[in-house]
Design a protein around this ligand. Structure first.
Ligand SMILES: NC(=O)c1ccc[n+]([C@@H]2O[C@H](COP(=O)([O-])OP(=O)(O)OC[C@H]3O[C@@H](n4cnc5c(N)ncnc54)[C@H](O)[C@@H]3O)[C@@H](O)[C@H]2O)c1
Length: 290
């Protein structure tokens, strides 16, 4: 049950593909809190995914947009303001994709046109959304924009590949644009660094099940779920966090401040039946995509 935290607010949610998507859960929670919103995704996802089902459930509309295409973004903002009857109060950027990860390219053997695509879709799209919104003056004063990130932006995680670089850029854009948009129009911009979460994008990361287990064992509060991430997004869209901007906010059960936990150590000891040096003998080919 909602508390009307977003009553009267209008939002745009990028990236709801299916019920596992974090964006799907955020859209449901925002609706529950009294917001009106439009949903958007790239046309191919609208054909393959279930976004229209969510729109029907929430009584709202889907507007197709490739978040890397400025014409699509202009159309998205103009149509959303028409449908919702005014300027936008909150935006969720919940977009990530890496062709290098999909094609299992090793980080030391990246395809650079794939890297361009990773950065454009997963990070530069955030800049494009903000720049388009600002030019159209589409966001109300004290509006709130949130993008979803991952701790691999700060620390190295085996298998996260070029998405780590994309997340570092994403977080930097939140700071740089947060300064300009905050100073000029009091719009706040933040990233939430979320725990590993079972979704279509999450499952694409090599060794994702182990990453999930490791996060669970390392975090004193356990991994944050998609539903909990949605709750956190609602607080940032609400008027209760009006002076929070230009931040990367960890939402990970404490993981990012841990070094080693007892639970992880115990699990590690179970598998420790030889000396560390043995690892050096492991066939490099076996770890090609690590
Ligand atoms: N799942 C995790 O473990 C996890 C952890 C931390 C952060 N995140 C981040 O959360 C966000 C949402 O991912 P998710 O886990 O809910 O997976 P998801 O696969 O449900 O969502 C990713 C979305 O990006 C959309 N997308 C891809 N290319 C696009 C484009 N050109 N234009 C517009 N949309 C496009 C997809 O259609 C999809 O809806 C991503 O930024 C992801 O990196 C996920």
């Amino acid at each position: 049950m909602g508390n009307n935290l977003l009553k009267g607010k209008r939002g745009i949610i990028f990236g709801a593909l299916n019920p596992d998507s974090i964006a799907w859960k955020v859209a449901e929670r925002a609706h529950e809190e009294g917001a009106t919103l439009t949903l958007t995704n790239v046309p191919v996802a609208l054909r393959m995914g279930e976004t229209q089902i969510l729109a029907d459930k929430l009584g709202t509309e889907v507007i197709g947009a490739d978040a890397t295409n400025i014409d699509d973004l202009n159309n998205l903002f103009i149509k959303s303001m028409e449908i919702l009857g005014g300027k936008i109060d909150f935006i969720l950027h919940s977009i990530g994709m890496s062709p290098n990860v999909r094609k299992e390219r090793h980080y030391s053997d990246l395809n650079y046109s794939y890297l361009d695509k990773t950065l454009d879709v997963s990070a530069v799209s955030f800049h494009k959304i903000l720049q388009t919104a600002r030019k159209l003056d589409a966001i109300n004063e004290w509006g709130s924009v949130v993008a979803l990130s991952y701790v691999a932006a700060q620390r190295t995680f085996s298998g996260y590949n070029d998405m780590a670089d994309a997340k570092a850029l994403l977080e930097s854009i939140a700071r740089s644009f947060g300064y300009i948009y905050g100073r000029e129009r009091r719009v706040r911009i933040n990233t939430i660094s979320q725990s590993p979460t079972v979704t279509t994008a999450g499952n694409g990361v090599k060794g994702f099940d182990r990453l999930l287990d490791f996060g669970e064992r390392m975090s004193p509060l356990g991994n944050a779920t998609g539903e909990e991430c949605a709750d956190y997004c609602i607080t940032l869209f609400s008027d209760l966090t009006k002076k929070v901007t230009m931040q990367n906010l960890f939402h990970d059960g404490g993981f990012s401040n841990m070094g080693m936990s007892l639970r992880a150590l115990q699990q590690y000891e179970k598998g420790l039946n030889h000396d560390c040096d043995c690892d050096l003998d492991v066939d490099a080919e076996e770890h090609k995509f690590d």
